[in-house]
Design a protein around this ligand. Sequence first.
Ligand code: PLP
Length: 416
Amino acid sequence: MLTLEYCRQLDAVDPLAGMKQQFALPDNTIYLDGNSLGARPKSASARAQAVVEQEWQQDLISSWNKNQWWNLPLNIGNKVAQVVGAKEGEVAITDTTSTNLFKVLATALRIQSEASSERKIIIAEREAFPTDLYIIQGMSEWLNQGYQLQLISGPEELQAALNEQVAAVVLSHVNYRTGYLWPMQDTTAAIHAHGGLVIWDLCHSIGAVDIDLNGADADFAIGCTYKYLNGGPGAPAMVWVPAKHVNRCAQPLSGWWGHAQPFEMATDYAPAAGIRRYLSGTQPITSLALVECGIDVHLQADMPKIRAKSLAMTDLFIALVEQECANHPLEMITPREHAVRGSHVSLKHEHGFAIIQALIARGVIGDYREPEVMRFGITPLYLSFEDVWHAVQHLKDILDNKTWDTPEFHRRGEVT
Ligand SMILES: *Cc1c(COP(=O)(O)O)cnc(C)c1O
């Protein structure tokens, strides 16, 4: 029998318990949506104020040099590199995950087409976050060279689909809906065995799961900084291209920020060496600067500790739901096995949407994804084991008393 007392004991010996102090959260809130929009590091306010009132207002144009604005995408990239197993100079923070996928997919297809004209298949997951599928569809149709998107579900279907016609495979390291975690090293090796290139979308794993891109010999990676990395709403995304690929070709969004000599104002494009060529145009400096606040907090805690706490908390959440809500028709779609579980737990219920609204009304913030999926994100840096206890008690109470069943909790806003 799990008790509140037991949860408090886990908090008492939690090596990351003090990290919560570095985040600003509203009072009376248990925030289980950090996998969608991470909480604000306290340091972000002062940083935002310094960027706006000192660097922009006082230093004006000199900030490009004086305040390192020009190098910010690569300087912060070097910090993010440390949580994904990348080397210095391999990561840039720029644009969005969607745009970065476009760039690396184009590169992967170019590299493959130079070796063989036979590779025309792009594999992705049927359950992928839709923007990834839309970008692949957009690129295939726009290129008009016979590229075909083939959808698969899970490792067995992937294995069956791999052959000498496959150019690239785009996989979400952690699935946004189920929380399934692909084994990165083995999957990469299986794709390479057939000559394919892999693009890992790290949106739901970066900052929550140990990642070793170079150790896995991966080809490309992209991912959000506004989820588990707490970079702020709409913060620019990461893109990783390792030394083995980065200088093989230019990417197609060949803007001046990726030019070898941007201030020569030359007529012809010449790509910069290294990851800088993955920049396109002028960066959103105010929001980019705040990404550093999030990654700086992460670098104070080591990833194995974050991962260990994440697994302990998702274990606790699952066990408490089973103990407290056993008489309700909840179906867990998140894998139980640690090796293939990310950092959120998803429960299906016919009235999932209304139940989530009822939880939010009590300050327990999770979210809802079609169809019928209630998603509870576990962010080890600012959640306690006691928070997990209280969240499940609220869920139990809402289910037991059917408090979700009112018109107000069935109404849908534009964003769900
Ligand atoms: C959140 C998320 C995105 C978001 O992409 P944006 O370009 O930032 O809108 C993309 N892919 C996955 C897997 C995600 O979870």
